[in-house]
Design a protein around this ligand. Structure first.
Ligand SMILES: Cc1cc2nc3c(=O)[nH]c(=O)nc-3n(C[C@H](O)[C@H](O)[C@H](O)COP(=O)(O)OP(=O)(O)OC[C@H]3O[C@@H](n4cnc5c(N)ncnc54)[C@H](O)[C@@H]3O)c2cc1C
Length: 355
């Protein structure tokens, strides 16, 4: 991914007018004054670029190396440009627990903070103490406590209310020294127990967790590989919708009492977008001419031919989202950021859209 062009894990779309890559947050701060107006991205694993390319200058703060700058006791300072997956492995290698279930997620540390990455019942925000950011308005850098980052489900102020206003430079994590992992998610708990020949109530070694997570993710085409076009997407294309208790009740009646659902705060309920997509008739493995749903995951909209255009990705996403809306009355939200589009782009789902 690291070059002077902007590459995305979708491998679709056009180039911006100009692009620059920095391999550390400090490099970016040192040289940003000379860049002129620009926007910052990371590893391109949550971006869908228009076929004509985004406007202006895109600056990628991203490196192929891990981003661990300093470890002191249970506290780690990590660079936004670091590759998240390599960083997660490095932290575990240093005996620090807390990020082990988030291995296998591509992209930069900065992107991981922006999106509050999550998997197997954990989110990065659980271990973030504070985040060092640069304010785009006045060029000042400052630390924001985790509380001030407004982390939510696959969300933070950097992705939503203040998108484009801050550049994430570093993060301070608080992990657990010598900790074991107690799985919070049934699928991972089962996988670990079966690999261990029995459940381990005291927890599992971090390395065992890595192996189990990578195996589970690989079976869903969720470990990105240059050599495997069935992973060329942005992970899940739609986020799981969180609905009112009333909507949950209605949909359970209308669709199935077996519809997966997870209770949230204030009586709200999280539904499985993948389940809804399949209920609406788009099953894993479904294929269009150039794009497809991954064989292992109904939300994994991928550039399986390796030759798709972004227009073709959007056309498939529109078909899926329209079918889900027709079935449920719900409007899905796209997880990747759509870059290089007019704000009035007509799509059948909600999305973060930028020029
Ligand atoms: C195969 C695959 C599997 C995936 N699985 C998961 C998963 O399990 N869980 C999950 O949560 N996500 C998953 N994703 C999505 C993606 O990996 C994450 O969202 C990742 O954190 C994006 O990081 P990035 O550096 O690539 O960000 P980019 O795609 O480059 O950017 C995403 C957004 O973050 C902003 N941004 C990036 N870096 C910075 C920075 N330093 N400062 C300010 N803004 C910044 C960009 O402007 C943009 O708005 C998956 C993706 C793929 C391809």
């Amino acid at each position: 991914l690291i070059s002077t062009t902007i590459s995305t894990t979708f491998r679709t779309g056009g180039q911006p007018d100009r692009s620059v890559v920095f391999e550390s947050g400090a490099d970016y701060v040192a040289k940003r004054a000379s860049l002129g107006p620009h926007r910052v991205v990371g590893g391109g694993s949550n971006l869908l670029l228009s076929d004509s390319g985004p406007q202006g200058t895109l600056v990628a703060v991203a490196s192929a190396r891990h981003g661990v700058l300093e470890i002191s006791g249970s506290t780690a300072l990590i660079d936004a440009a670091g590759d998240w997956n390599a960083t997660a492995f490095e932290l575990a290698g240093q005996g620090l627990a807390g990020a082990e279930s988030l291995v296998g997620i591509p992209g930069s540390v900065g992107g991981a903070i922006v999106q509050n990455i999550g998997a197997y019942g954990h989110e990065i925000s659980e271990v973030v103490k504070r985040v060092r950011v640069l304010s785009v308005e006045d060029g000042q850098t400052m630390w924001l406590d985790a509380h001030d980052c407004q982390f939510g489900y696959r969300d933070s102020r950097f992705k939503s209310s203040d998108r484009g206003q801050f550049v994430v430079l570093e993060a301070q994590l608080v992990l657990t020294e010598g900790g074991l992992h107690r799985p919070a998610y049934a699928e991972l708990a089962d996988e670990l127990a079966s690999r261990n020949n029995s459940p381990a109530p005291e927890g599992y070694e971090l390395q065992a967790v890595h192996q189990a997570v990578i195996a589970l993710r690989s079976a869903k085409n969720m470990v990105w590989q240059d050599s495997d076009t069935s992973t060329w997407g942005a992970g899940s294309f739609f986020v799981n919708p969180i609905v009112s208790g009333k909507d949950h009740e209605r949909l359970t009646k209308e669709l199935s009492s077996a519809m997966p659902a997870w209770p949230q705060l204030e009586g709200r309920v999280k539904l499985s977008a993948g389940w809804l997509v399949e209920a609406a008739g788009f099953h894993r493995g479904h294929s269009w001419e150039t794009v497809a749903l991954a064989d292992g995951h109904a939300l994994g909209l991928v550039n399986r031919s390796g030759k798709a255009t972004t227009a073709e990705v959007l056309e498939a996403a529109n078909q899926i989202a329209s079918a889900v809306t027709a079935l449920t009355g719900l409007r899905l939200l796209a997880e990747p950021i759509l870059m290089g589009f007019e704000p009035d782009l007509a799509v059948a789902f909600d999305a973060h859209i930028e020029p």
